[in-house]
Ligand binder design. Structure first.
Ligand code: NAI
Ligand code: SF4
Length: 421
């Protein structure tokens, strides 16, 4: 497939505005401002079928339509660049290698929805990205793409960067907004959704980096063209970060809906040492695990939901036959215990109990009753306040269900069967 989202990354000085402009950069913004009304832009994005690439897959055009319909002023446009999911490193590529695609996507989105101010909420652990974005924003101001009366029109937009402080929960959009306001990074109740009551309780569009990088392409080539790529229900190009026991880990741009088996064996080169694949977390740290018999699934939102897991950020984490599934799920739940904001009991206490129980099983000190307790705790965690707690137990519970024998082996042997000493 022709590279679309990553079309610029191999060019020399790919992140400079000169490189971007000499390859058709900002022509989509020009087209949107000069030839299209805000409503036309929204219609084009709706026609494209673009769904948010942050993890939840909400239709982008619909989100923009809701924000445009709200008449409260001022409105804000926020790019969620707080990429904190373990093994997710796709947005970083765009931020560092093609920042103007992100800025152009934001400008077109702000024009369509009537937003006057924008923020890029950047992961605190991306200091290189911050420097690159600062330079790119400066270049865009110098060329008249940001600021007052952009390209001689009535559209004005100012853009700022806000660095996070290392909390994963601030990638949840309402916690992000709290953090942007200088408050503690804790989620707010939804509804109201940010499109109606976000930053400073004003209409706020929050879109992920990869989502926004699609926008110049859609405006340039049209929604119908975009909708013809990948899965009919969920079209477009998709960035899949692949890590773990594959020969060629990295970020792969492929049509949405590419089979997971093809991503692992063709693009990522198969399993290290030609060992057997054991398990895959197909959509980031909170996705349910798939076994080696389940990897012929198309990597898109509906297909993975049907398979009992989720696409999430699209981060594929591969385990081979020498990996211990108990230890892998323990690492993931430890991450969520550390990152739980502590606001609600099911998540705060549930993640802690899961760590304690899975730890003792991994050490060979567990009992068979522990497996039922894990399932009980997870059913309570489903009632957590936000997505973090609702999904944190997925890797553990799905591992217990699909690899029960391996958990039992730890219990019966009184040790991890994969440990050499
Ligand atoms: P969500 O389903 O609550 O919302 C998705 C988006 O649609 C939000 O922007 C929300 O405001 C909007 N929305 C939903 N219903 C709406 C309505 N009726 N009106 C207006 N707007 C509406 O999901 P959430 O909690 O925002 O995201 C969960 C996902 O985030 C998970 O699938 C997970 O994979 C992903 N995630 C990604 C990370 C990363 O680093 N990329 C980190 C952590 C989680
Ligand atoms: Fe905080 Fe977890 Fe509750 Fe979300 S689910 S509000 S992260 S404690």
């Amino acid at each position: 497939m022709e590279r679309l989202l990553l079309r610029n990354i191999d060019r020399e000085n790919s992140n400079s505005i000169e490189t971007y402009l000499s390859n058709g950069g900002y022509l989509s913004l020009r087209k949107a401002l000069r030839e299209m009304s805000p409503g036309d832009v929204i219609e084009e994005v709706k026609r494209s079928g673009l769904r948010g690439r942050g993890g939840a897959g909400f239709p982008t055009g619909m989100k923009w339509e809701f924000a445009a319909a709200d008449i409260k002023e001022p409105k804000f446009f926020v790019c969620n660049a707080d990429e904190g999911e373990p093994c997710t490193f796709k947005d970083r590529l765009i931020i560092e290698k093609d920042p103007h695609a992100l800025i152009e996507g934001m400008l077109i989105g702000a024009y369509a929805t009537g937003c006057r101010y924008g923020y890029i909420y950047l992961r605190g652990e991306y200091p290189v990205g911050r420097k690159i974005l600062e330079r790119a924003i400066g270049e865009a101001y110098d060329k008249g793409f940001l600021g007052e009366n952009i390209l001689g029109t009535e559209f004005s937009f100012d853009l700022y960067i806000h660095s996070g402080a290392g909390a994963y929960i601030c990638g949840e959009e309402t916690a992000l907004i709290n953090s942007l306001e200088g408050r503690r990074g804790e989620p707010r109740i939804k509804p109201p959704f940010p499109v109606n009551a976000g930053y400073l309780w004003k209409p706020t569009v929050v879109n992920n980096v990869e989502t926004l990088a699609n926008i110049p392409l859609i405006i340039e080539r049209g929604g119908d063209w975009y909708a013809s790529i990948g899965s009919p229900d969920c079209p477009g190009p998709k960035l899949y970060p692949v890590s773990g026991k594959v020969k060629r880990p990295g970020v792969y741009e492929l049509p949405m809906g590419t089979p997971l088996s093809e991503i692992i064996y063709e693009h990522a080169g198969g399993i290290v040492g030609d060992r057997k694949l054991k398990a895959v977390f197909p959509g980031g740290a909170s996705s349910s695990v798939l076994t080696s018999e389940e990897i012929d699934v198309p990597m898109d939102f509906p297909s993975l939901a049907k398979a009992g897991t989720m696409l999430g950020s699209g981060a594929v984490m591969v385990l081979d036959e020498t990996d211990c599934i108990v230890r892998a799920s323990l690492r993931l739940i430890k991450f969520f215990r550390h990152e739980s904001c502590g606001k609600c009991t099911p998540c705060r206490e549930g993640t802690d109990w899961l760590v304690r129980i899975v730890s003792r099983i991994e050490e060979g000190l567990g009992s068979e009753d522990d497996l039922d307790t894990i399932l009980d705790i997870s059913s309570v965690m489903e009632n957590s306040f936000c997505g973090l707690g609702m999904a944190a137990h997925n890797p553990v519970v799905s591992s217990v269900r699909k690899f029960k024998d391996e958990f039992l082996k730890h219990i019966k042997l009184g040790r991890c069967p994969f440990r050499r000493s």
